[in-house]
Design a protein around this ligand. Sequence first.
Ligand code: R5P
Length: 262
Amino acid sequence: MDWGISNRLCRILKPATGRTVMLAVDHGYFLGPTSGLEEPRKTLAPLLPYADSLMLTRGVLRNCVPPGIDIPIVLRVSGGTSILTELSAEGLTVAMEDAIRLNACAVTLSIFVGAEGERETLLNLAHLVDEGEKYGIPVLAVTAVGKDMVRDARYLGLACRIAAELGAHFVKTYFCEGFDGVVRDTPVPLIIAGGKKIPEKEAILLAWSAVQAGASGVDMGRNIFQSECPGGMIRAIRAVVQENASVEQASKIYDQARGAAQ
Ligand code: R5P
Protein backbone atom coordinates (compact mmCIF):
# COMPACT_ATOMS: atom_id res chain seq x y z
CA MET A 1 0.00 0.00 0.00
CA ASP A 2 1.13 3.53 -0.73
CA TRP A 3 3.14 4.99 2.20
CA GLY A 4 0.90 8.05 2.49
CA ILE A 5 -2.24 5.95 2.70
CA SER A 6 -0.64 3.61 5.25
CA ASN A 7 0.62 6.53 7.32
CA ARG A 8 -2.79 8.22 7.36
CA LEU A 9 -4.46 4.92 8.31
CA CYS A 10 -1.99 4.57 11.19
CA ARG A 11 -3.01 8.00 12.47
CA ILE A 12 -6.59 6.72 12.68
CA LEU A 13 -6.14 3.02 13.59
CA LYS A 14 -3.54 3.43 16.33
CA PRO A 15 -0.55 1.13 15.66
CA ALA A 16 -0.36 -0.08 19.29
CA THR A 17 -3.76 -1.77 18.98
CA GLY A 18 -4.75 -1.39 15.32
CA ARG A 19 -7.97 0.17 16.62
CA THR A 20 -9.71 3.52 16.75
CA VAL A 21 -12.30 5.35 18.79
CA MET A 22 -13.83 7.40 16.00
CA LEU A 23 -16.30 9.99 17.22
CA ALA A 24 -19.08 10.34 14.64
CA VAL A 25 -20.82 13.71 14.47
CA ASP A 26 -21.74 13.79 10.78
CA HIS A 27 -25.43 13.02 11.33
CA GLY A 28 -26.63 16.52 10.39
CA TYR A 29 -25.80 15.93 6.72
CA PHE A 30 -29.14 14.17 6.32
CA LEU A 31 -30.83 14.54 9.73
CA GLY A 32 -30.35 18.26 10.34
CA PRO A 33 -29.91 19.39 13.97
CA THR A 34 -30.31 15.99 15.57
CA SER A 35 -30.65 15.61 19.34
CA GLY A 36 -27.33 16.16 21.11
CA LEU A 37 -25.77 17.84 18.09
CA GLU A 38 -27.78 21.08 18.01
CA GLU A 39 -24.59 23.00 18.81
CA PRO A 40 -21.72 20.81 17.57
CA ARG A 41 -19.05 23.09 19.02
CA LYS A 42 -20.42 22.62 22.56
CA THR A 43 -20.94 18.86 22.11
CA LEU A 44 -17.46 18.33 20.73
CA ALA A 45 -15.26 20.35 23.08
CA PRO A 46 -15.32 17.97 26.11
CA LEU A 47 -15.21 14.81 23.97
CA LEU A 48 -12.32 15.53 21.61
CA PRO A 49 -9.55 14.71 24.12
CA TYR A 50 -10.81 11.10 24.28
CA ALA A 51 -11.37 10.49 20.55
CA ASP A 52 -8.71 8.98 18.26
CA SER A 53 -10.39 10.34 15.14
CA LEU A 54 -13.33 12.51 14.20
CA MET A 55 -15.91 11.87 11.47
CA LEU A 56 -17.82 14.91 10.27
CA THR A 57 -18.77 17.13 7.34
CA ARG A 58 -16.74 20.04 6.04
CA GLY A 59 -19.35 22.52 7.27
CA VAL A 60 -19.07 21.44 10.89
CA LEU A 61 -15.30 21.06 10.59
CA ARG A 62 -14.85 24.61 9.33
CA ASN A 63 -17.25 26.21 11.77
CA CYS A 64 -17.11 24.17 14.96
CA VAL A 65 -13.67 22.58 15.32
CA PRO A 66 -10.69 24.68 16.45
CA PRO A 67 -7.92 24.37 13.82
CA GLY A 68 -5.31 23.96 16.57
CA ILE A 69 -6.67 20.56 17.56
CA ASP A 70 -4.51 17.53 16.78
CA ILE A 71 -7.00 14.90 15.67
CA PRO A 72 -7.20 12.99 12.37
CA ILE A 73 -10.26 14.05 10.41
CA VAL A 74 -12.41 11.53 8.55
CA LEU A 75 -14.33 13.79 6.21
CA ARG A 76 -17.79 12.81 5.01
CA VAL A 77 -17.91 13.50 1.28
CA SER A 78 -21.26 11.99 0.36
CA GLY A 79 -24.80 13.32 0.72
CA GLY A 80 -27.36 15.23 -1.28
CA THR A 81 -30.42 13.58 0.28
CA SER A 82 -32.37 14.08 3.51
CA ILE A 83 -34.42 12.01 5.90
CA LEU A 84 -37.50 13.36 4.06
CA THR A 85 -36.66 11.69 0.72
CA GLU A 86 -34.95 8.60 -0.73
CA LEU A 87 -31.81 8.36 1.36
CA SER A 88 -29.94 6.00 -0.92
CA ALA A 89 -29.61 8.46 -3.82
CA GLU A 90 -26.41 9.96 -2.41
CA GLY A 91 -23.80 11.62 -4.57
CA LEU A 92 -20.31 12.92 -3.83
CA THR A 93 -20.42 16.34 -2.18
CA VAL A 94 -16.77 17.36 -1.73
CA ALA A 95 -13.93 17.51 -4.25
CA MET A 96 -10.80 15.63 -3.23
CA GLU A 97 -8.85 18.89 -3.53
CA ASP A 98 -11.04 20.48 -0.85
CA ALA A 99 -10.65 17.43 1.39
CA ILE A 100 -6.88 17.87 1.08
CA ARG A 101 -7.15 21.63 1.74
CA LEU A 102 -9.05 20.75 4.92
CA ASN A 103 -6.21 18.39 5.90
CA ALA A 104 -8.50 15.34 5.93
CA CYS A 105 -6.77 12.16 7.00
CA ALA A 106 -9.41 10.02 5.25
CA VAL A 107 -12.61 10.55 3.30
CA THR A 108 -15.83 8.64 3.79
CA LEU A 109 -19.03 7.94 1.90
CA SER A 110 -22.07 5.73 2.27
CA ILE A 111 -22.86 2.83 -0.02
CA PHE A 112 -26.39 1.45 -0.24
CA VAL A 113 -26.15 -2.19 -1.26
CA GLY A 114 -29.56 -3.61 -2.16
CA ALA A 115 -31.26 -0.20 -2.27
CA GLU A 116 -32.28 2.08 -5.13
CA GLY A 117 -28.97 3.93 -5.06
CA GLU A 118 -26.82 0.80 -5.13
CA ARG A 119 -25.15 1.30 -8.53
CA GLU A 120 -24.58 5.03 -8.13
CA THR A 121 -23.15 4.79 -4.62
CA LEU A 122 -20.87 1.85 -5.50
CA LEU A 123 -19.56 3.77 -8.50
CA ASN A 124 -19.07 6.78 -6.20
CA LEU A 125 -16.92 4.54 -4.01
CA ALA A 126 -14.83 3.33 -6.96
CA HIS A 127 -14.33 6.93 -8.14
CA LEU A 128 -13.39 8.12 -4.66
CA VAL A 129 -10.85 5.30 -4.28
CA ASP A 130 -9.25 6.38 -7.59
CA GLU A 131 -9.05 9.97 -6.31
CA GLY A 132 -7.77 8.84 -2.91
CA GLU A 133 -5.06 6.70 -4.50
CA LYS A 134 -3.92 9.72 -6.54
CA TYR A 135 -3.27 11.77 -3.40
CA GLY A 136 -2.62 9.15 -0.71
CA ILE A 137 -5.95 9.61 1.07
CA PRO A 138 -7.63 6.44 2.42
CA VAL A 139 -11.34 5.85 1.88
CA LEU A 140 -13.76 4.64 4.57
CA ALA A 141 -16.86 3.00 3.08
CA VAL A 142 -19.96 3.19 5.24
CA THR A 143 -22.39 0.32 4.67
CA ALA A 144 -25.66 2.18 5.12
CA VAL A 145 -28.79 0.12 5.62
CA GLY A 146 -32.23 1.01 4.31
CA LYS A 147 -35.38 0.84 6.42
CA ASP A 148 -36.31 -2.60 5.08
CA MET A 149 -32.90 -4.22 5.26
CA VAL A 150 -31.93 -6.82 7.79
CA ARG A 151 -28.66 -6.21 9.52
CA ASP A 152 -27.54 -9.83 9.52
CA ALA A 153 -24.15 -11.36 8.79
CA ARG A 154 -25.20 -12.43 5.30
CA TYR A 155 -26.24 -8.94 4.22
CA LEU A 156 -23.51 -7.03 6.05
CA GLY A 157 -20.91 -9.53 4.85
CA LEU A 158 -22.04 -8.91 1.27
CA ALA A 159 -21.90 -5.12 1.62
CA CYS A 160 -18.52 -5.10 3.42
CA ARG A 161 -16.93 -7.48 0.93
CA ILE A 162 -18.16 -5.45 -2.04
CA ALA A 163 -16.74 -2.29 -0.44
CA ALA A 164 -13.35 -3.95 0.05
CA GLU A 165 -13.37 -5.40 -3.47
CA LEU A 166 -13.99 -1.92 -4.91
CA GLY A 167 -10.94 -0.66 -3.03
CA ALA A 168 -12.17 0.82 0.26
CA HIS A 169 -9.22 0.98 2.65
CA PHE A 170 -11.45 0.38 5.68
CA VAL A 171 -15.16 -0.15 6.20
CA LYS A 172 -17.74 0.92 8.74
CA THR A 173 -20.64 -1.44 9.31
CA TYR A 174 -22.97 -2.69 12.03
CA PHE A 175 -22.35 -5.37 14.62
CA CYS A 176 -24.44 -8.52 14.17
CA GLU A 177 -24.59 -12.13 15.24
CA GLY A 178 -21.79 -13.95 13.44
CA PHE A 179 -19.74 -10.76 13.11
CA ASP A 180 -16.49 -12.72 13.25
CA GLY A 181 -17.50 -14.20 9.87
CA VAL A 182 -18.00 -10.71 8.43
CA VAL A 183 -14.52 -9.78 9.69
CA ARG A 184 -13.04 -12.97 8.19
CA ASP A 185 -14.62 -12.34 4.79
CA THR A 186 -13.59 -8.66 4.57
CA PRO A 187 -9.90 -8.19 3.77
CA VAL A 188 -9.67 -4.66 5.23
CA PRO A 189 -10.21 -3.34 8.79
CA LEU A 190 -13.83 -3.09 9.95
CA ILE A 191 -15.17 -0.63 12.48
CA ILE A 192 -18.70 -0.63 13.83
CA ALA A 193 -21.29 2.13 14.10
CA GLY A 194 -23.11 2.51 17.38
CA GLY A 195 -26.56 2.97 15.83
CA LYS A 196 -29.59 4.36 17.65
CA LYS A 197 -29.25 5.30 21.31
CA ILE A 198 -29.50 2.30 23.62
CA PRO A 199 -28.83 2.07 27.37
CA GLU A 200 -25.19 2.83 28.17
CA LYS A 201 -24.32 -0.64 29.40
CA GLU A 202 -25.74 -2.21 26.25
CA ALA A 203 -23.66 0.15 24.10
CA ILE A 204 -20.55 -0.77 26.08
CA LEU A 205 -21.38 -4.46 25.56
CA LEU A 206 -21.86 -3.79 21.83
CA ALA A 207 -18.41 -2.22 21.54
CA TRP A 208 -16.84 -5.01 23.60
CA SER A 209 -18.51 -7.76 21.56
CA ALA A 210 -17.42 -6.15 18.29
CA VAL A 211 -13.81 -5.83 19.40
CA GLN A 212 -13.79 -9.43 20.66
CA ALA A 213 -15.08 -10.53 17.24
CA GLY A 214 -12.24 -8.70 15.47
CA ALA A 215 -13.51 -5.16 14.88
CA SER A 216 -10.82 -2.51 14.59
CA GLY A 217 -12.77 -0.20 16.86
CA VAL A 218 -15.89 1.91 16.70
CA ASP A 219 -17.30 4.85 14.82
CA MET A 220 -19.77 5.90 17.48
CA GLY A 221 -22.05 8.92 17.63
CA ARG A 222 -25.48 8.84 19.24
CA ASN A 223 -24.55 6.43 22.00
CA ILE A 224 -21.93 8.95 23.07
CA PHE A 225 -23.36 12.41 22.44
CA GLN A 226 -26.95 11.47 23.41
CA SER A 227 -25.79 9.77 26.62
CA GLU A 228 -26.73 11.25 29.98
CA CYS A 229 -22.97 11.63 30.51
CA PRO A 230 -21.21 11.86 27.12
CA GLY A 231 -17.77 12.33 28.70
CA GLY A 232 -18.16 9.19 30.80
CA MET A 233 -19.42 7.25 27.82
CA ILE A 234 -16.53 8.07 25.52
CA ARG A 235 -14.07 7.20 28.29
CA ALA A 236 -15.81 3.87 28.86
CA ILE A 237 -15.79 3.05 25.12
CA ARG A 238 -12.16 4.11 24.91
CA ALA A 239 -11.27 1.71 27.75
CA VAL A 240 -12.92 -1.16 25.85
CA VAL A 241 -11.37 -0.35 22.48
CA GLN A 242 -7.86 0.77 23.43
CA GLU A 243 -7.27 -0.82 26.82
CA ASN A 244 -9.14 -4.14 26.49
CA ALA A 245 -11.34 -3.28 29.49
CA SER A 246 -14.14 -5.69 30.33
CA VAL A 247 -17.78 -4.61 30.17
CA GLU A 248 -17.80 -4.42 33.98
CA GLN A 249 -14.64 -2.28 34.14
CA ALA A 250 -15.91 0.07 31.43
CA SER A 251 -19.34 0.33 33.03
CA LYS A 252 -17.64 1.35 36.26
CA ILE A 253 -15.76 4.11 34.41
CA TYR A 254 -19.09 5.35 33.05
CA ASP A 255 -20.86 5.14 36.44
CA GLN A 256 -18.07 7.00 38.22
CA ALA A 257 -17.99 9.78 35.62
CA ARG A 258 -21.79 10.10 35.75
CA GLY A 259 -21.75 10.19 39.54
CA ALA A 260 -19.06 12.89 39.53
CA ALA A 261 -21.00 14.96 37.00
CA GLN A 262 -24.18 15.02 39.14
C1 R5P B 1 -24.57 7.62 9.63
O1 R5P B 1 -24.79 7.54 8.47
C2 R5P B 1 -23.43 8.33 10.07
O2 R5P B 1 -22.41 8.09 9.17
C3 R5P B 1 -22.93 8.06 11.48
O3 R5P B 1 -21.67 8.61 11.57
C4 R5P B 1 -22.80 6.61 11.87
O4 R5P B 1 -24.01 5.94 11.73
C5 R5P B 1 -22.25 6.44 13.28
O5 R5P B 1 -23.03 7.07 14.19
P1 R5P B 1 -23.99 6.30 15.19
O6 R5P B 1 -23.09 5.64 16.19
O7 R5P B 1 -24.82 7.36 15.81
O8 R5P B 1 -24.78 5.30 14.41
